[in-house]
Design a protein around this ligand. Structure first.
Ligand SMILES: [Zn+2]
Length: 299
């Protein structure tokens, strides 16, 4: 009897959870999940857009598929993973997003079924409308396989019999790629460009939380450690200059499409995204609904 009672309680709880989830789906707010390989990837490639979404009241989550326990010149293992996690939490606060770090080893990521299921669960739990990930063309295998893993999740998130312990999404989200400069087999295509000029300093301040990356590891592996200023203010300013991404002619054309010529001409910093062929295929109206910062075109 007790077992039946417990079973019924569980059913009630599940039902309540379902109602709550449905309500979350119905409140009209866009839910965005950005998935990168390392604790700092989403930050650099989509951090400005995340801030703009968050300021508009929309929910954004960053996920790092690895725990970052390899990329450092003096630290490694658990101690490094702990430091990376703490930095990610601080960055998340500064961006205004929640930041999850999956416990997979850095530098050893493979597109396995196990990691695919981890990603499917994260997308479902977040009830994502938009999923952002790297393209599977990149110099770093962790970035490349993160792209593959998210592509492999792009249909499965809607299949109830896959990872059945996490309810499947009722609709397939829109999947988009972060901008990159890789040319083969095909260059990045900026379908969407977001003006992040007004939040660029906040983006840099949030990236500054990743001390072990921005001021230690990346300068060491890139042979520019001697250029990192000592003072906190000086090095954040340096990071801002170093991280500025040049607006390419293609990205400028996308800015003109979404914001109009006059406004596009004033944009100083932008982040661009390419729509993935898998997942839902949005038309322009749907893109403006999912990226509401694009909604006002001036001319
Ligand atoms: Zn990375």
């Amino acid at each position: 009897m007790k077992i039946i009672y417990n079973y019924l309680s569980l059913l009630t709880l599940l039902l309540l959870f379902n109602v709550a989830t449905t309500k979350a789906q119905d409140n009209g707010k866009i839910r965005v999940i950005m998935i990168g390989a390392h604790p700092d990837d989403c930050d650099q490639d989509g951090g400005g857009t995340a801030i703009v979404f968050a300021k508009m009241g929309y929910a954004v989550k960053f996920v790092s598929v690895t725990n970052g326990d390899a990329g450092h010149q003096t630290m490694k293992g658990t101690a490094l993973a702990k430091r990376r996690f703490a930095e990610a939490q601080e960055a998340g606060k500064r961006f205004g997003v929640t930041y999850d770090v999956l416990d997979n080893h850095d530098g050893q990521l493979l597109p396995t079924l196990d990691v695919r299921l981890q990603i499917i669960k994260k997308i479902r739990e977040w009830n994502a409308d938009v999923v952002v990930a790297p393209r599977p063309n990149d110099y770093h295998p962790d970035h490349r396989y993160t792209g593959v893993l998210v592509q492999d999740a792009a249909y499965m998130v809607a299949v109830p019999n896959v990872a059945p312990e996490t309810p499947a999404l009722k609709k397939n989200p829109v999947f988009v790629y972060f901008q990159d400069g890789f040319k083969r087999p095909n260059p990045f295509r900026p379908d969407i460009a977001v003006d992040i000029s007004s939040v660029y300093n906040q983006k840099v301040h949030a990236m500054d939380a990743h001390e072990s990356q921005m001021y230690e590891w990346l300068p060491w592996i890139g042979h520019y450690l001697d250029q990192v200023p000592q003072g906190k203010t000086e090095r954040e300013k340096w990071l801002g200059q170093r991280s500025a991404v040049k607006i390419t002619p293609d990205v400028h054309a996308a800015l003109e499409k979404w914001y109009g010529k006059d406004k596009a001409a004033q944009v100083q910093n932008a982040e661009a995204f390419e729509i993935c062929e898998y997942g839902a295929q949005p038309n322009d109206e749907e893109i403006r609904r999912l990226f509401p910062m694009l909604a006002k075109k001036e001319n």
